[in-house]
Design a protein around this ligand. Structure first.
Ligand code: OXD
Ligand code: MN
Length: 600
């Protein structure tokens, strides 16, 4: 029985049923009984493993096929009618051609299987910023994850109403998880996503990257709002006021850690607190007062497990203690709990590694193997987070004072600097880049451009996306958030990080907030406003961050910056413009201005 009278939904589901030919169709109402039955079924078939219900109540474990452990950017497509509308950062194919090709793969793919029809809302139900999606899938793992990551169930249909056609149609089948026929395809002009031959998170939880970033960025461009790859946090100051900040970083730069930051002792004593609104995605729209408001469209965290521990992120660790799904971490068979690299120094002896082999974890890791996959994940409800913001469910969102960009840069980029204005800040976003780490495949230390940390997620032409940023700035005028760039990863000559990072990043947030309030001066440099060295509070870390180190952290080296600007010019010309991306003149003008200031 369908859960809605909306004929647009019913007609589309009928079409998907005719295509995939499932044995059964189950509409997901989101009730506790239905979810419980699905959990039991997944446990009975071995799709999920029940963990120790005393130590980890409500937690389940899942392993994906070893060929299916991450997002697949080379098999991800933006199918717009005109190729130039997808632009140089996306793979493109003609939509009719892609529909025809994939229809063959979907034809009868669910024979003998059940199709689950999942209604969900991205954003609090009833929020003017929220949007509805419907995902059909043949995976219980997807249903149970969507239950954590979105507001899933019959209420989402209530929000859609009986006549609206404004919902994102998501078709997913794990098929036979064949990497050769794996496709993650967005059709932004049709509000449609087709995903096949994967059963891994980012490829199949269609509300996340596919909808909330790729489709939503396209919608935002047309409807006057922004979908960004940004965390959202609130800093409560001693006077009780909370300032909200968003931040965009490429992967492996500690986004979840910053979102859940615990301030250093001195700050805590003074009454500072940090609250998490989101750790991955922000939807932002001007409010009635002209300021930019943000919601987190998600309802949970799909976090990377390895590296998460009591020290790096106790809040995230706490999130995983109940009602969480673990994917591709290791099992401790003695007590049916989970383990991953850097959780602690005690890998379980009686372990099952992420591919399913029973091993002695101590010996196995001593030989240089990892028990958990480096991209293994926890899917945890946002409500588990000890520092979740009281505004998490506020339909109006939170007003944003500052937007931060950042990347992993061993040199060149100072600890923090502020843009001169929104246009310069848009330039800074377009220049986001990060050096590869040993964790990723390929050479270490190679600079990768990742504009606004959105390269894999912009659902249209990157040049038009930058133009949209500039338009939003014009609309917001003097109410626009201030824009900053940070770099937690500066190194000395020996390759050691010179900034402690983690909770101490609060010291940088402090300066950023004071800049927003106009209560601290800055030094005007060629690249933007930098802190005066005495304005970054180092109380408690004076031994580590000496005045000499602070000089290094805040250095703007003319030679390195001249190189940086030359590289940006090359990037705009060769990687974007020559490949069909229309770089706005205003961004070239920013390059000219920085260059002129450097040479002054
Ligand atoms: C993520 C990503 O999984 O950005 O959030 O890859
Ligand atoms: Mn992300």
């Amino acid at each position: 029985m369908s859960l809605t009278n909306n004929q647009n939904v019913i007609k589309w589901v009928d079409e998907m049923v005719a295509l995939c030919k499932p044995e059964n169709v189950v509409w997901i109402d989101g009730s506790a009984e239905q979810l419980d039955a699905l959990r039991k079924e997944a446990i009975s078939t071995g799709e999920m493993i029940e963990l120790n219900q005393e130590k980890l109540p409500g937690c389940l474990y899942h392993r994906t096929n070893p060929n299916d452990v991450a997002r697949v950017e080379d098999r991800t497509f933006i199918c717009t009618r005109k190729k130039e509308d997808a632009g140089p950062t996306n793979n493109w194919c003609d939509p009719q051609e892609m529909y025809a090709k994939l229809s063959k793969l979907y034809d009868g793919v669910m024979k003998g299987r059940t199709m689950y029809v999942i209604p969900y809302s991205m954003g609090p139900i009833g929020s003017p910023l929220a949007k509805v999606g419907v995902e059909v899938t043949d995976s219980i793992y997807v249903v149970l994850n969507m239950n954590i990551m979105t507001r899933m169930g019959a209420d989402a249909f209530k929000n859609l109403g009986d006549v609206s056609d404004d919902f994102v149609r998501g078709l997913h089948s794990k098929a036979d998880v064949n990497p050769e026929e794996r496709y993650i395809v967005q059709f932004p002009e049709d509000n449609t996503i087709w995903s096949i031959n994967s059963a891994y998170g980012g490829n199949v939880l269609l509300g996340k990257k596919c909808f909330a970033l790729r489709i939503a960025s396209f919608q935002g461009k047309n409807e006057g709002w922004m979908a960004e790859h940004m965390l959202i946090l609130g800093v409560k100051k001693p006077d009780g006021e909370i300032k909200y900040i968003t931040a965009a970083f490429p992967s492996a730069c500690g986004k979840t850690n910053l979102a859940m930051l615990i301030p250093p002792e001195g700050y805590k004593k003074d009454g500072y607190e940090v609250f998490t609104v989101g750790d991955d995605i922000a939807w932002m729209k001007p409010g009635e007062d002209g300021r930019l408001y943000a919601i987190n469209p998600e309802n949970g965290f799909f976090g990377v497990a390895p590296g998460t521990n009591e020290k790096s992120n106790p809040n995230a660790l706490h999130c995983t203690m109940k009602d969480t799904i673990f994917t591709n971490v290791a099992l401790n068979n003695d007590d049916m709990t989970v383990w991953w690299e850097k959780l602690d120094k005690n890998p379980p002896v009686n372990a099952t590694e992420w591919k399913g082999a029973k091993v002695n974890g101590v010996e196995y890791t001593a030989e240089g193997n990892t028990l958990a996959h480096p991209n293994s994940r926890f899917t945890a409800p946002a409500t588990n987070c000890p520092c979740i913001s009281s505004e998490f469910n506020n339909p109006a969102g939170v007003p944003i004072s500052a937007i931060i960009f950042g990347g992993r840069r061993a040199s060149t980029t100072p600890l923090v600097y502020q843009s001169f204005d929104w246009t310069h800040g848009t330039y800074m976003g377009s220049a986001v880049s990060s050096e590869t780490t040993a964790a990723a495949t390929g050479a270490v230390g190679v600079l990768r451009h990742d504009p606004m940390a959105m390269k894999p997620f912009i659902g249209y032409n990157v040049g038009d996306y930058w133009a949209h940023w500039l338009e939003m700035g014009e609309k917001l005028g003097d109410k626009a958030p201030k824009i900053f760039n940070v770099n937690w990863f500066k190194q000395d000559e020996n390759g050691n990080f010179i900034w402690p990072g983690f909770g101490d990043n609060m010291r940088v947030l402090d300066w950023i907030i004071k800049r927003c309030e106009g209560t601290v001066d800055a030094v005007e440099t060629a690249i933007g406003y930098l802190p005066k060295k005495e304005d970054i509070n180092v109380e408690g870390i004076e031994d580590e961050v000496t005045p000499e180190i602070m000089d290094k952290l805040l250095d703007v080296d003319k030679e390195l910056w001249t190189k940086e600007i030359a590289e940006m010019r090359r990037y705009y010309n060769d990687d974007i413009k020559a490949k069909g991306g229309n770089v706005p003149e205003a961004l070239y003008a920013e390059l000219d201005k920085i260059e002129a200031r450097l040479n002054k």
